[in-house]
Write a protein that binds this ligand. Structure first.
Ligand code: 4AD
Ligand code: MG
Length: 433
């Protein structure tokens, strides 16, 4: 007969009786009479105790069980206020499934050491909590777009054009060809597809050859993007706000215990669910920065990290900043008919100094304007013929945005660095393990 195992969380909920559980040794300590094991599985931890008199012939093995050994344990559940999760398992029988000797990670190790041993560090409670929240975030993004009638659509990852500036392109050795790059964004290959599907989205890796070491840049990140025909600029902002609220709602419904493990103060997140986001223009932003922080930024300069950080400290909800100067934004953003020096582009800036989490825009429909802007940015429009056809054959008002999933994970989990928002972060310095 196969043995029936409860998850640790199920065992805790049951709270009594004889149960079998399985997992990994999170902590252990012992005397010559008793061995205490805190067992961990994907759901929770529980304290387990083995009494020498029940295991005399095997005591040597019990005594030598080390951190991260894999075990199954059968025993009697008892309520115990002193145990970390309120219950203790009095073990009657066990099987040692996989030994572990001298697990390299213990307390107080350097960030570098933990990064080198990332494959083992994934087992930590904080990483586990983050990975669970991340999984829910991916599901919630899908759920939001499917619920709004968007089709999931995939662009190539090997691409022949830049979308977000040539300096951050990763060039790939593609047989004997040159000018093949890893995708910075699905967008230029998504716009052609709105003529077929009208409303589309994706969640896919994007790559940026980002040389700077910052707490919010990865070289490989997961990018949730949407594009829709017939949109107004207001629709793009509305979907960005509704998507973020939906994601936050799902995380707060399911993950309060995980957020607690991560030490996240959820009262910092709740306003973003309850209240409308703040909307300001770039020009307003400059005024606010002058008034509140005495920062003089010349009109026309892009907002830097420090400026974004300062701005977001003033609000407890994300700020949607619109109408940036044309020359600091991408070639495809639509010139604002009311203020042609600016574009109908929007950056969503998360509170507590997290900064940009979404970048989006209404798209320029005018073929000649798109070409002019490409040339102004040093690009050769003949390389973009496939893209320019979107403006030649039935051009339609449209727009979209991209959301950096790790930036969302970082904000929601309150992480110091974006590197802790993904299992194996890729940065300028790190591509191993
Ligand atoms: O603002 P970005 O560059 O916009 C685009 O790529 C558009 N083509 C998206 C679109 O309209 N379909 O990037 C979008 C988002 C940013 O707001 C940020 O959240 C994230 O992608 N992002 C990064 N995340 C992690 N590491 C990096 N190096 C990132 N660069 C951008
Ligand atoms: Mg951006």
């Amino acid at each position: 007969m196969t043995q029936h195992f409860l998850s640790i969380q199920q065992a805790i909920q049951q709270g009594q009786g004889t149960v079998s559980i399985r997992g990994w040794v999170h902590r252990e300590r012992g005397s010559n009479k008793l061995k205490f094991i805190t067992l961990r599985d994907s759901t929770n931890i529980i304290q387990c105790v083995l009494d020498r008199k029940d295991f005399e012939p095997r005591w040597d093995e019990v005594d030598h069980v080390q951190v991260e050994a894999c075990m199954t344990l059968t025993g009697e559940l008892k309520k115990d206020e002193r145990a970390p999760t309120g219950y203790e398992l009095h073990v009657k029988d066990y099987t040692l499934i996989g030994k572990s000797e001298n697990f390299p990670i213990s307390k107080d190790q350097s960030i570098e050491f933990l990064a080198d041993n990332r494959h083992l560090w994934l087992r930590s409670r904080k990483m586990t909590a983050m990975l669970k929240i991340r999984s829910t975030i991916f599901g919630a993004i899908d759920e939001y777009f499917k619920g709004q009638g968007f089709y999931e659509y995939h662009s190539p990852i090997f691409q022949a054009v830049q979308c977000e500036g040539g300096s951050e392109l990763f060039e790939v050795k593609y047989f004997d060809k040159k000018d093949v790059f890893l995708s910075q964004s699905w967008q230029l290959y998504a716009e052609p597809a709105i003529f077929a599907l009208e409303k589309i989205y994706t969640i896919a890796p994007s790559f940026r050859a980002e040389p700077s070491k910052t707490s919010r840049h990865l070289t490989e990140y997961w990018h949730a993007e949407m594009e829709m025909a017939w949109s107004t600029f207001a629709d793009i902002q509305m979907h960005g706000e509704a998507l973020l609220k939906h994601v936050l709602k799902r995380v707060l419904e399911k993950h309060r215990p995980d957020l607690e493990i991560m030490g996240r103060d959820v009262t910092k997140l709740e306003p973003a669910l309850a209240k409308p986001f703040v909307r300001i223009t770039y020009t307003d932003a400059l005024k606010i920065l002058k008034e509140k922080f005495n920062m003089n930024i010349e009109w026309g300069k892009d907002l830097r990290t420090i400026e974004e950080e300062n701005l977001t400290t003033l609000y407890d909800v994300p700020v949607i900043c619109t109408n940036y100067p044309k020359k600091v934004k991408a070639f495809y953003m639509k010139e604002d008919p009311h203020d042609p020096r600016t574009v109908q582009g929007c950056d969503f800036l998360a509170p507590e100094g997290h900064g940009e989490i979404i970048g989006g825009s209404q798209r320029e429909e005018d073929l000649e304007k798109v070409k002019e802007r490409l040339i102004a940015q040093g690009e050769d429009p003949t390389q973009y013929e496939f893209y320019l056809d979107t403006r030649r054959y039935g051009s339609v008002p449209h727009g979209g945005f991209g959301m950096g999933v790790e930036r969302i994970v970082r904000w929601i989990c309150g992480l110091e660095s974006i590197k802790d928002a993904i299992a194996f972060p890729r940065t300028v310095e790190r591509y191993k393990p």
